[in-house]
Ligand binder design. Structure first.
Ligand SMILES: Cc1ncc(COP(=O)(O)O)c(C=O)c1O
Length: 388
């Protein structure tokens, strides 16, 4: 153990990946498992995107690219960001990397120094605090409440700030809660960040999956000042069902983009070359796939909501985005790991314990699966809750 760096000693393994492995092991043993734990769309990547990558591969697009990505892709992203997000980033302000995960990590590495504090609303996406620790920073967790829709209030943000605060991470729509911040809420948080020059990392990977009245807003689009403080992160994994392609990107003011480019130069070099050609096709092709996916997920979201509302002993806030429910399970008296272990071993239902997201009195249920699996999984979950 002594040979390990102190940096890595502070980092926890990913609990979400652990639950997935446990579930797969049960399935391999021949057990029927109702998996409500998935973090990726349950449909394949559209054929036209695959065809473009195959063509690139066959056409010899098998060498290194510029660190920030092929010019066609960066140009297409520049257009996308303007059209969809009202964000004006030139191609050289965009850095394509191996997944939005790496994009977040690049952003954190570019600005965080030893001891810098990073404010993270909790429940949070599993990797943020670990990335901050890897960069030598200190995660400052702000526990959000059901009563505010699992969103950090401006007051909470202000209270969490210290002279050491360097960054705040916003993830709207959120994994794991599905919370979507309104324009007004983003403006209020943005004002506070501006007052202290706090960099905003805005992870917008679920932007296309919003439901009902909710609207996705990019915080960097709200003013020039906010644009100058924000690193926008996005990717192809969720909207285009391309999780295995490992493609994400940062878009940032030029000085931050240059810093990120430097990191990329000396770490991943570039995102997979032929995959980048697939991404160009994704952006330029027929976007109806996304609307179909969103429509399908909305049906499932409403189905799960009606089922969860009828279950005793738990509480749920209607999620407005992403493909998750964060269910409050504090009344069962069980800690989330224990609850999920029992649910999986006895009822064959896989869900992610809230502790993975820094909140032990809840679990995450994903609706990235068929209505049949959701139906049976929720029937079993209901039985479990009635017995606890
Ligand atoms: C909030 C959030 N950010 C980033 C990522 C990483 O996405 P990618 O697969 O593009 O690395 C995920 C994946 O689950 C996520 O939920």
């Amino acid at each position: 153990m002594e040979s390990l760096s102190s940096r890595i000693a502070k980092v926890s393994p990913s609990l979400t990946l652990a639950v997935t492995a446990q579930t797969k092991a049960l399935i391999a043993k021949g057990e029927e498992v109702y998996a409500l734990a998935g973090g990726e769309p349950d449909v394949d990547t559209p054929e036209f995107i695959k065809a473009a990558a195959i063509e690139a591969l066959q056409g010899g697009k098998t060498k290194y690219t510029p660190a920030g990505g092929i010019p066609e892709l960066r140009e297409a992203l520049s257009e996308k960001l303007l059209k969809d997000n009202n964000l004006n980033y030139a191609a050289n302000q965009i850095c394509v990397t191996s997944g939005a995960k790496m994009a977040c990590y690049n952003a954190i590495l570019a600005v965080i120094e030893e001891g810098d504090e990073v404010i993270i609303p909790t429940p949070y996406w599993v990797s943020y605090p670990e990335m901050v620790k890897l960069a030598g920073g200190v995660p400052v967790l702000v526990e959000t409440k059901e009563s505010t829709g699992w969103k950090m209030t401006p007051e909470q943000f202000e209270e969490a700030m210290t002279p050491a605060t360097k960054m705040v991470i916003l993830n709207s729509p959120s994994n794991p809660t599905g919370a979507v911040y309104t324009e007004e809420e983003l403006r209020e948080i943005g004002e506070i960040a501006l007052g202290e020059d706090i960099i905003i990392l805005s992870d917008e990977i679920y932007e296309k999956l919003v439901y009902g009245e909710a609207k996705h807003v990019s915080i960097a689009s709200l003013s020039d000042e906010l644009y100058n403080l924000t690193i926008t992160v996005n990717g192809f994994s969720k909207a285009y069902s391309m999780t295995g392609w490992r493609l994400g990107y940062t878009a940032a003011p030029k000085h931050l983009a240059d810093a990120i480019d430097k990191i990329q130069n000396h770490t991943v070099s570039n995102a997979c070359t032929f995959a980048q050609y697939g991404a160009v096709a994704a952006l330029k092709g027929d976007q109806s796939f996304i609307e179909d996916l969103r429509g399908e997920y909305d049906v499932r979201r409403q189905f799960v909501l009606s089922r969860l509302k009828a279950i005793p002993n738990i509480r749920v806030v209607e999620p407005q985005g992403a493909f998750y429910f964060f269910v409050y399970t504090g009344n069962t008296g069980l800690k989330s790991m224990n609850l999920c272990d029992k649910l999986l071993s006895r009822y064959k239902v896989a869900a992610i314990p809230g502790i993975a997201f820094g909140y032990d009195e809840g679990i995450r249920i994903s609706y990235c699966t068929t209505l049949d699996v959701l139906n049976e999984g929720l029937t079993r979950f209901e039985q479990f809750c009635r017995e606890h």
